[in-house]
Design a protein around this ligand. Structure first.
Ligand code: PA5
Length: 432
């Protein structure tokens, strides 16, 4: 079960500093769970976790089965909240090299950039392969996925003919609104719903995340079970609740001048989870001139590039480390009779043991260097742990943003670049 350990804040702060925030945390929790705050029409994500399989989940499984049978490649088209969650989930559980395992369809992501090189690379991958696509867009009008959709739809129609192409296009969007819903209706594509009261960055436990996860061979019931367990276990009205603890600890750090949060893990496959978390917290909190700047790193790799900055740079950082229990199967370090690399002192030790010492050494160094550290401890990486972690971060984010005094569920700033871009592109309705 997920656990938050804040004992490594005490070099900088005291338990009383944290306890002083208990009432405020309760108030933020009530604002969130009773739907009293700004953005309360976007609380649908709290209704998503379920212990029982829903009809939508059964339909997702059936679609995934067909895709797995008839496709070498599955292209997931989407950006932001319609992209990061599924990719993060698949990479964490199935590994960053999931496409090389040969067991499941390869999964590629498109429509999350405007790079000609990336597009041409994808087209080369699709050459001669059977493929299906999942277009994900809540608004149904976002430029990057719309451009990729148009081209992929043509490719499918040319390759298979209009009727077969229809069976290979899956749409995840708003139940009523948007160009994508309209397209799906007219063309007869199978659709899945992003409920209107679930914002993009909170949508990973809808079909947005679940269909790609199922195609990747993950057990979506287990993911949901993990999320539902987190919801059940994170209901305490006290700092026994891990979500309270994380939300309060990061607000404490922020108020004491620690304006940047580094989220890190010692699992390379956590990298995209860091991206998902950055969007969740960045878009939810970064407004009204406020907000912790979320930045994710990968340890130990980034200790060799950013370690100096963390240890001795501007003292405006705090760190959150996500730990997982090690796999049961150990990897041991062997004896080498020549010992040319000088590693025989580690003979008979497991790789986990070395990793644990790296973690402990780094923890001590960073706390000595004035970087408060929050630890989030989890069971071994699996579908269930993933679901638990997703819900934990979503819940913590809602509480944390209300403690900060901002609306966790809007993103007015994201529109600014779009408006300028549309003007430059000459989109009807945006020209002067
Ligand atoms: O969180 C958000 O709302 C955004 O990041 C969106 O998810 C992103 O802009 C994609 O939007 P859409 O799903 O409407 O294509």
């Amino acid at each position: 079960m997920l656990n938050v350990d804040i004992s490594n804040l005490w070099g900088e702060y005291t338990l009383n500093d944290l306890l002083a925030l208990e009432k405020e945390t309760l108030a933020a929790w009530q604002t969130l769970t009773q739907g009293k705050g700004p953005g309360s029409d976007y609380l649908g994500w709290m209704k998503l976790p379920v212990f029982e399989e829903t009809a939508e989940m059964t339909r997702i499984r059936a679609a995934a089965r067909r895709i797995r049978e008839n496709s070498d490649i599955f292209v997931v088209v989407g950006i932001g909240g319609s992209y990061l969650g599924p990719r993060a989930a698949i990479e964490l559980v199935q590994g960053q090299n999931h496409n090389l395992r040969g067991k499941d369809p390869q999964i590629f992501f498109a429509g999350n950039n405007l790079s000609t090189r990336a597009w041409q690379e994808l087209c080369a991958m699709l050459e001669g392969k059977n493929f299906s696509i999942n277009i994900i867009s809540k608004s149904g009008t976002t430029t990057e996925p719309a451009i990729a959709t148009r081209a992929l739809k043509w490719m499918l129609e040319r390759k298979y003919g209009a009727d077969e192409a229809k069976k290979r296009i899956f749409v995840t969007t708003d139940p009523e609104k948007g160009a994508l819903r309209q397209m799906a209706r007219e063309e007869g594509y199978e659709t899945f719903v992003i409920p209107p009261d679930v914002g993009g960055r909170y949508s990973v436990l809808t079909a947005v995340g679940l269909l790609p996860m199922a195609v990747a061979g993950m057990d979506i019931s287990e993911v949901m079970f993990g999320a539902a367990s987190a919801q059940r276990d994170m209901a305490a009205l006290s700092f026994e609740n891990p979500a309270w603890l994380y939300a309060a600890a990061r607000n404490l750090c922020y108020r004491r001048g620690k304006k940047i949060e580094i989220l890190t893990s010692y699992e390379p496959s956590f990298k995209l989870m860091g991206g998902w978390w950055q969007q969740l917290f960045g878009e939810s909190e970064g407004k009204d001139g406020k907000g912790v700047f979320p930045f994710s790193l990968e340890f130990t790799a980034d200790l060799h590039s950013m370690g100096q900055m963390i240890q001795q740079g501007e003292r405006s950082l705090f760190e959150t480390v996500v730990r997982f229990a090690p796999p049961r199967k150990k990897t041991m370090i062997e004896m080498d009779w020549k010992d040319l690399d000088g590693l025989n002192y580690l003979e008979g030790k497991s790789l986990d043991f070395v990793e644990e010492q790296a973690f402990l050494g780094t923890l001590a160094a960073h706390t000595d260097g004035g970087v408060p550290v929050i630890l989030i401890q989890n069971d071994e990486v699996c579908d269930r742990t993933l679901g638990e972690l997703f819900y934990f971060f979503e819940l913590s984010c809602g509480i944390s943003a209300y403690m900060l005094g901002v609306n966790p569920f809007n993103q007015p700033g994201v529109e600014f670049y779009k408006r300028n871009m549309f003007q430059l592109l000459g989109k009807p309705g945006y020209t002067n």
